[in-house]
Write a protein that binds this ligand. Structure first.
Ligand code: GP9
Ligand code: MN
Length: 645
């Protein structure tokens, strides 16, 4: 009679399973994905991040009685292995991770469908060798099963240990990348810092949150919104309506650019000579009281506003959590006018979930870092390709687009912490002793030169004569943590009003043949879309827009910030107090205070309605006359053909 193998111990089997799954996941994460791991902290995080979830999920088997423990262990192990492998295969095709909503978009799997076999490789069997061994152990009659009940004795301490490890993982991740979970940034970041399994958990929670807000909403919620946006509408100015009709549109997204840079002289030198000259160009409208209105979503909030005239969310980034919503965004509006649309950005396409939400906006093309193959290590800034090589390599792609086009170029070189190769620097650093502030001028100068180069490229290609160029700062680059150094830079105290004024970002609208000038109107990023549409001669009356045309006489000069504060020519509302913008002192006049309070109520109502639209995905219930709805499934982004050879 064969002797039964008497392992008689479940715990060693469980621990071995945890160790093997941990190592398999670590090696897969390191070799199968491009996660951009930099430095020892990130290397360490990548190494430990599968441990907490592997231990937690596999130890759930301890809650099962008798031999069922083994089956539970096998089931969880198999499930996690399948999830890992499915992501590996998906990544080979999309360079992205699976998200729950994309799983339900049949198109994605339609794309994969035909080619899925070509994505599977014979050696992939290695991902399942461990599963087979564990399966053999569980199924084998020769292995006697440990029938003891571990529920209380072992299960709870193990679960607590697993949670402690996960918590340690999360805190270390948050210290390396603050706000990782609240802001989201990029799926790649979540996997890099927290691992594949925690990413899946994060994605599930986010998807459930978004869909629960969505199911609660119905078309009646839209009535209040439509009433509001219709009454808030500002009709276009006769002078400017259609001034750029039929022209191409180029948006230049000026990363971290603040208005205080304009005309600023450091060591007796202009920091941004080209942009300063553009401000005074006869065909440029320059707005010196234009504010960013972004919150945690930073760049993505700015983009969200200018494409939709909807506010970004008070927390997180709508780009990430509302990527599946219905939108009536600029590229889609202009598609009905015969425009082709494209975004150029020298970073990973998944950052801020751009590769998904751009489809919902109706962008025909998205040229991310994959479209810039002639790139060396030294061309790279922290968030992608440096602006000069970026514009240089973008030019042939832009010139190959059918006209008219609507395009956006997102720069990255002038991004916190503003470090750059000193050989490329053409201005001395600042001398405040605050590194961020001191460096800020060098990357701003570099960006200024890159933009000058881009303008020259447009001239050379002949596109300049027929292209409207809109340049806007996306958000502050210097946060209020640096106000001491800023007070030295500006030679004045940074009072609450000055601090609010530092939230101004430049806005240039350059249209060949249009009469320009310096415009002092108060406005913000929410106002860009109706302004640009009216310049193109496109009516916006039927759209749900929370901003109004900056050039309209009916434009209301109230700039709402995401925290409920506001700026206007007569009053600044900061932290529930009201200030005179000229003196910077608190308002005292009773009548003025009442008016200020009314404005606050009105502005906050507007923010609330905008959130109602975004959280409830209300635009799905409404199609403006003449607008063709977007089906994101119709979009698939390919890298640009290599046109430089
Ligand atoms: C990333 C870039 C920077 O692709 O746009 O985003 P930010 O950190 O400024 O929000
Ligand atoms: Mn930015």
């Amino acid at each position: 009679m064969k002797k039964k193998m008497n392992t008689n111990k479940f715990i060693p089997v469980l621990l071995l399973a945890v160790a093997v799954l941990w190592m398999k996941t670590y090696i897969s994460q390191k070799t199968q994905f491009t996660l951009g791991v930099e430095g020892t902290t990130q290397e360490f995080l990548l190494f430990i991040n599968p441990l907490g979830s592997a231990l937690l999920l596999l130890s759930l088997s301890l809650f099962f009685k008798g031999a069922r423990k083994y089956w539970a262990l096998l089931a969880v192990y198999l499930g996690m292995s399948i999830m890992l492998y499915a992501n590996i295969v998906y990544y080979r095709f999309f360079s992205d991770f699976i998200t729950l909503p994309t799983m339900f978009q049949t198109q994605n799997f339609g794309d994969l469908g035909g080619s899925v076999l070509s994505l599977i490789r014979p050696l992939d069997i290695l991902f399942f060798v461990d599963v087979l061994l564990l399966g053999a152990l569980v199924l084998s009659k020769r292995v006697e099963k440990d029938a003891r009940n571990f529920k209380k004795r072992v299960a709870l301490p193990v679960v607590v240990a697993a949670l402690a490890i996960s918590f340690f993982n999360l805190s270390l991740a948050e210290s390396d990348r603050p706000d990782l979970l609240t802001r989201g940034f990029d799926r790649t970041y979540i996997v890099k810092y927290l691992g594949m399994y925690n990413y899946a958990l994060y994605d599930t929670v986010e998807t459930l949150k978004a869909s629960s807000q969505r199911v609660m909403a119905d078309s009646d919620d839209n009535t209040e919104v439509l009433n509001y946006t219709k009454s808030n509408y500002a009709s276009p100015s006769e002078e400017y309506f259609g001034a750029a009709e039929g022209m191409n549109v180029v948006y230049l997204h000026l990363e971290s650019f603040q208005t205080f840079l304009m005309d600023y002289e450091l060591h007796g030198e202009e920091v941004t000579p080209f942009l300063n000259s553009m401000k005074d160009d006869p065909n440029t409208l320059y707005f010196d009281n234009f504010f960013h209105q972004t919150a945690q979503g930073k760049t993505s909030d700015a983009e969200f506003m200018l494409e939709n005239s909807l506010f970004g969310l008070p927390k997180g980034s709508a780009f990430i959590t509302k990527g599946q919503n219905t939108y009536h965004a600029a590229p889609a509006i202009l598609k009905d006018e015969g425009y082709t649309s494209a975004v150029f950005h020298g970073n990973n396409g998944t950052f801020w979930n751009r590769s998904e939400i751009y489809k919902a906006f109706g962008y025909d093309h998205f040229f991310d870092i994959e479209s810039y193959p002639n790139t060396t290590e030294s061309d790279m800034a922290e968030y992608g390709l440096m602006d000069k090589p970026f514009f240089e390599q973008s030019a042939p792609i832009l010139e190959s687009l059918p006209e008219p086009f609507y395009t956006k170029f997102i720069t990255v070189a002038h991004h916190f912490p503003y470090k750059m190769d000193q050989q490329l620097a053409t201005i001395e650093k600042g001398a405040t002793g605050d590194a961020s502030v001191d460096n800020y001028f060098q990357t701003a100068r570099y960006a200024d030169e890159a933009i000058e180069q881009f303008f020259a490229q447009l001239e050379a290609s002949g596109l300049a004569d027929n292209t409207m160029i809109v340049m806007y700062g996306d958000h502050y680059g210097i946060s209020d943590n640096h106000n001491e150094a800023m007070s030295e830079i500006l030679s004045k105290d940074i009072t609450p009003v000055e601090n609010a004024k530092l939230q101004r970002v430049p806005l240039f609208i350059h249209v060949p043949g249009m009469e320009g000038g310096i415009n002092h109107t108060y406005g913000g990023q929410i106002d860009l879309l109706p302004t640009v549409m009216h310049l193109l001669g496109v009516e916006t009356q039927n759209y749900v827009h929370f901003g109004t045309d900056l050039l309209s006489e009916e434009h209301e000069e109230l700039v709402m910030f995401r925290n409920g504060d506001y700026a206007s020519p007569e009053v600044y509302s900061i932290n529930e107090a009201f200030y005179d913008p000229e003196t910077g002192l608190p308002l005292e006049d009773k009548r003025q205070l009442e008016q200020a309070e009314d404005l606050k109520r009105h502005g906050r109502y507007e923010l609330q309605l905008s959130d109602q639209v975004v959280n409830g995905d209300l635009l799905r219930f409404y199609t403006p006359a003449g607008f063709t709805p977007v089906d994101p499934a119709d979009y698939y982004y390919q890298q640009a053909p290599n046109l430089t050879e």
